[in-house]
Design a protein around this ligand. Structure first.
Ligand code: AMP
Length: 277
């Protein structure tokens, strides 16, 4: 497995490749969710490149950029086992050398995580655009776990004519339903036990909502069953049912409805989402 730390050495390798390249961008601290993206890429491409870069521009001033877990040796070991061809490990100064140009999106970043984390998607789009230009992938792999992120990057790919295929890969979960996340390691035992509430709410919505049901009714059910008795250390950032294509509010549940959740468990902000019908 090749390890590249700068654009020049990566480009030299890339120019020697005339078969397909699958690309999995990550922030490291890899888990089975990331491995699943890599496995999908390995299946569909002759070469797979994984980037590991904790992107400073997608973190707000009071977020966890400094303390975001960095486990590079373990990550490289895991990638060697998955059949990954190359790892790209850029450094901040190379990615952001006196930057003046950023990529941004209208409307799609005004709700859900975009509303709660101003500037987050601008940082994501900017780094992903840079990485797409460096890596030059045939296909790029993203997790359904960050569904809003996928929709926004997909729009960038279309609007800016990036020549690549976007693939969305299903969420990998723990046995009890908690979506795997690098941030789960912040959770103490007590918080971890209660973190399962996010996936329980999704499952409850899937089992109890029906086409045409008033969304205000769905919220009432979710509030009564889950949110009224939530422990003090949990704070709901949002629990929203929206149209999954453009995140519009709707009056009734439709085939396009998705439930989106962001809940703080202590200091740790957990997100999850799922299609309802
Ligand atoms: P991150 O390192 O958190 O930026 O995530 C890198 C990629 O892995 C993103 O496309 C995520 O959506 C995806 N991902 C993270 N957690 C999971 C999971 N539990 N299942 C599937 N994909 C995931």
């Amino acid at each position: 497995m090749h390890i590249f730390k700068d654009v020049k050495s990566y480009s030299k390798w890339r120019e020697s490749i005339d078969t397909s390249v699958g690309f999995v961008p990550t922030m490291g601290c890899l888990h089975a969710g990331h491995s699943f993206l890599v496995q999908n890429s390995v299946k569909e491409n002759e070469n797979t490149v994984v980037s590991i870069f904790v992107n400073p521009t997608q973190f707000g001033p009071n977020e966890d950029f400094e303390k975001y877990p960095r486990t590079i040796d373990d990550d490289i070991r895991l990638l060697e086992e998955t059949g990954c061809s190359a790892v790209f490990l850029p450094y901040n100064k190379m990615m952001y050398d006196n930057p003046k140009v950023f990529v941004d999106v209208d409307e799609l970043d005004e709700m859900l995580c975009g509303e709660k984390r101003p500037g987050h998607f601008k940082g994501v789009l900017t780094v992903v655009a840079k990485l797409f230009n460096i890596i030059r992938p045939t296909r790029a792999y993203f997790g359904e776990k960050d569904y809003q992120q996928f929709v926004i990057i997909n729009k960038m790919v279309k609007d800016l004519f990036f020549e690549l295929e976007m693939r969305m890969i299903p969420i990998v979960r723990e046995k009890d339903g908690l979506a795997l996340s690098s941030r789960n390691r912040y959770l103490c035992e007590e918080h971890r036990k209660h973190a399962v509430i996010l996936s329980e709410i999704i499952r409850f919505a899937q089992e109890n909502c029906f086409e045409g049901m008033k969304i205000t009714e769905a919220y009432k059910m979710i509030r009564n069953k889950f949110l009224e008795n939530i422990p003090d250390f949990m704070k709901v950032d949002y629990v929203d049912i929206r149209n999954g294509n453009d995140f519009r509010f709707e009056d009734n549940i439709t085939r396009d409805s998705r439930i989106f959740l962001a809940i703080y468990c202590g200091e740790t902000r957990l997100i999850d989402n799922g299609k309802i019908l």
